[in-house]
Design a protein around this ligand. Structure first.
Ligand code: MG
Length: 260
């Protein structure tokens, strides 16, 4: 069932969205060679609770942490650990906060030191895919228009589009209907209406999009070991077009570079 939000509810939702972006920025400022993903998670959890919110991910389906930290060939759902980030890595951090009854959900792939030009290009294009998807989030379009925009841009660059993990509706809980795939056909799927709130989140790979889950039951990695990038915002569909709810005073985007 798709829950339609009123204009008043969307205003309230912005509190959770703004905090979720601040949380993601806080995480990104910690990203540098020598830090562990667990250290980032601990700081993020404290930051969320300090602001009177609860982590959107901790305990969700049993997930053990406040961030998903997915390094290099890890696509999504990486578990924070003693893994030390090294120069040239990329790390996707997916995090969000629940406050005022609404859940913010956003993700960003940061550079650890200086990744290769090839890996940076993957990140830049994946962010462009997110922007292209958001541009389609207007009343009267369909879910397939979002997926088509993401997929066609990624594949034009020869990248892989992950099929198994998709965006979603978001509201009082993290995952609501409808699913928002990063692939699709124009004009297909659910018709977009004013008041829908969607987490749009392309997951794009440098090589194959085929993937598997590690023995820990969470971490999803590419089958060929190629890196993946992941960018996400929570977006409201309004009569005036898409409104990104996960934005703070600095806007809806983070720097690519970690540690700044
Ligand atoms: Mg999401």
């Amino acid at each position: 069932m798709i829950f339609i939000k009123t204009p008043q509810e969307i205003e309230e939702f912005k509190v959770a969205g703004s905090l979720s972006k601040a949380v993601l920025r806080r995480a990104g400022r910690m990203v540098r060679p020598g830090v562990t993903t667990r250290e980032i998670d601990q700081v993020v959890e404290s930051f969320i609770r300090l602001h009177g919110a609860t982590p959107g991910f901790k305990g969700l389906y049993g997930f053990p942490a406040s961030i998903c930290s997915s390094v290099n060939e890890e696509i999504v759902h990486g578990i924070p650990s003693e893994r030390v980030l090294v120069d040239g890595d990329i790390i996707s951090i997916d995090t969000g906060a629940t406050i005022g009854g609404w859940v913010g959900d956003n993700a960003w792939t940061f550079y650890v030191g200086t990744p290769s030009a090839e890996w940076q290009g993957l990140c830049e294009v994946t962010l462009d895919c997110l922007k292209a998807g958001i541009a389609q989030a207007v009343p009267g379009n369909h879910i397939g228009d979002i997926g088509f925009a993401v997929q066609s841009l990624a594949e034009r660059h020869g990248y892989g589009v992950v099929r198994e993990y998709v965006g979603h509706g978001v509201g009082h809980v993290m995952h609501e209907d409808p699913n928002v795939p990063n692939f699709g056909k124009r004009g297909r799927g659910v018709r977009l209406q004013v008041g829908m709130v969607l987490a749009i989140e392309p997951m794009i790979t440098l090589g194959t999009y085929k993937n598997h889950t590690l023995a820990n039951g969470w971490t999803v990695v590419t089958n060929d070991g190629s890196p993946a990038a992941h960018y996400e915002n929570t977006v409201a569909i309004t009569k005036d077009g898409p409104v990104i709810l996960t934005q703070d005073s600095e806007g809806p985007w983070c720097p690519f570079q970690g540690g700044v």
